[in-house]
Design a binder for this molecule. Structure first.
Ligand SMILES: Cc1ncc(COP(=O)(O)O)c(C=O)c1O
Length: 444
């Protein structure tokens, strides 16, 4: 089944599309252990196109300076580029980018965006203990008797941020269960989300099963009871057209490095009226208008209030370029390509002894496919594949509860991106088919 890159004659439109995309990724041109690199670990971090890689030296060679401070020309130029990046990220997900209405906050990653939010809610809850009557208290405070709802499919960055918030405020943590094949049971929204629910934090796409959550009934029910909805868009934005206005989520978080951008940058989206009321979570330089020794500081408006300290300027600019680059490929074209690759990846289920942890059809899912090879530890699977130049992820993918649901502690995960070709998947399937014969001497 294996066809090497040299032998493949990409005549179809789809093959030509992926070939032209792959050519933009220098890292994919190399060999690993004597084999062409077959990178199937995009859910952990995506590779970067030349345009994004070039942005970094370009920034440091031409306009490097702190943003929103200083009057010199470099500071002006870097500030303009930084704010242009914010508009590009906003455009990618249809958030508001107008001056004074910005809805994108730059963070260090999705984890820090989620922690920012949970910490802010915690700070608002402290306000409530002092009965300040603040807008933050009215909108975000939690206490005993309140509920926070997550799901069994959450990445630990959602689970632990909001579990900790529950612990600090005395609220109760509840969760959506998942179906046998790991889909979040959205149709139980009416019973899981109650009038006591204040926050629902849920993944839009699972980083283990690849399943796309049917978030509509969850968001509708949450809003019915006055709860806020936080979406984890980490595995959604890189693969699907996302419109935060159409979704009507209140907050969302995702990372730059999974959407073909640099590491060290992430995004918190918030409806502007909510960001206006949200208290800061980190304190220091840049986020304050007036500071005194003997009275509380007056903080800046969003998004700056949430960006204390020296901002990750080069990273933000690189992420803005990644967003623009994705849009130039076409978000629909990306989704269509990945749908085709997902169908190919699911053929793994046909390899004897392989069990896919997630939905077996390509409907409402992306090309992130976790699997178990019966009788072979994921670590061995990972090493066996690596020896053939195939990079997958092994472990629990920072999502232990859903692994427990599947009765395993760890799994293997192959995950696709814009550059993944059918040949890449064929190579994976051929190699996976060799694993049990190699380790166990059995084909069944
Ligand atoms: C679904 C999901 N949420 C959150 C995260 C955390 O993202 P980061 O590590 O970039 O902060 C990840 C990363 O693997 C993820 O897949």
């Amino acid at each position: 089944m294996t066809v090497s890159n040299q032998q493949a004659s990409p005549h179809t439109q789809a093959d030509q599309w992926v070939s032209s995309v792959r050519a933009q990724f220098p890292i994919l041109q190399q060999k690993i252990h004597g084999h062409a690199l077959d990178y199937l670990d995009t859910a952990a971090t995506s590779q970067k196109p030349k345009r994004v890689i070039a942005a970094d030296p370009e920034f440091y060679s031409t306009i490097n300076a702190g943003v929103h401070r200083g009057t010199h020309e470099l500071a002006v130029r870097s500030t303009l580029a930084f704010e242009q990046a914010r508009r590009r990220i906003a455009h990618l997900v249809n958030a508001d980018a107008r001056e004074g209405h910005e809805e994108i906050v730059f963070t260090q990653g999705a984890t820090s965006a989620l922690n920012l939010l949970a910490t802010s809610f915690g700070n608002a809850s402290l306000d409530a203990q002092h009965h300040t009557g603040s807008e933050a208290e009215k909108r975000f405070a939690l206490g005993p008797g309140d509920e926070i709802v997550v799901s069994m499919a959450e990445h630990h960055s959602v689970l632990l941020s909001f579990q900790e918030l529950a612990r600090r405020t005395g609220a109760t943590l509840k969760w959506f269960n998942v179906s046998k094949d790991g889909r979040i049971l959205s149709d139980t929204a009416d019973s899981v989300i109650t009038p006591h629910t204040k926050v629902v934090a849920i993944t839009d796409v699972s980083n283990v099963t690849g399943a796309i959550t049917n978030v509509k009934p969850i968001i509708t029910r949450a809003h019915e009871v006055g709860a806020l909805v936080v979406l984890d868009l980490c595995q959604a934005v890189p693969h699907l057209p996302i419109d935060v206005k159409a979704l009507d989520c209140d907050f969302a978080a995702w990372s730059g490095h999974k959407m073909y951008g640099p590491t060290g940058i992430g995004f918190l989206y918030g409806k502007r009226e909510l960001l206006d009321a949200l208290p800061p979570a980190q304190f220091g330089g840049e986020m304050v208008n007036l500071a005194w020794l003997d009275q509380p500081a007056q903080y800046m408006d969003p998004p700056y209030r949430f960006e204390a300290g020296t901002q990750p300027v080069a990273q933000a600019i690189g992420a803005g370029i990644a967003a623009q680059w994705m849009e130039s490929l076409g978000l629909k074209a990306i989704a269509e390509h990945e749908h085709q690759i997902t169908t190919e990846l699911l053929k793994l289920a046909g390899v004897p002894g392989v069990r896919i942890l997630g939905p077996l059809d390509a409907v409402q899912r992306v090309g992130t496919v976790s699997f178990e090879v019966d009788g072979v530890h994921p670590h061995d699977v990972g090493q066996f594949l690596d020896a053939q130049g195939i990079a997958i992820r092994t472990g629990h993918h920072c999502a232990q509860p859903i692994h427990r649901h599947f009765g395993v502690f760890a799994s293997n995960r192959a995950s696709a991106g814009v550059y993944t070709s059918v040949d890449d998947v064929d190579r994976l399937i051929d190699a996976v088919a060799q694993i049990r014969p190699y380790f166990l001497g059995t084909r069944n």
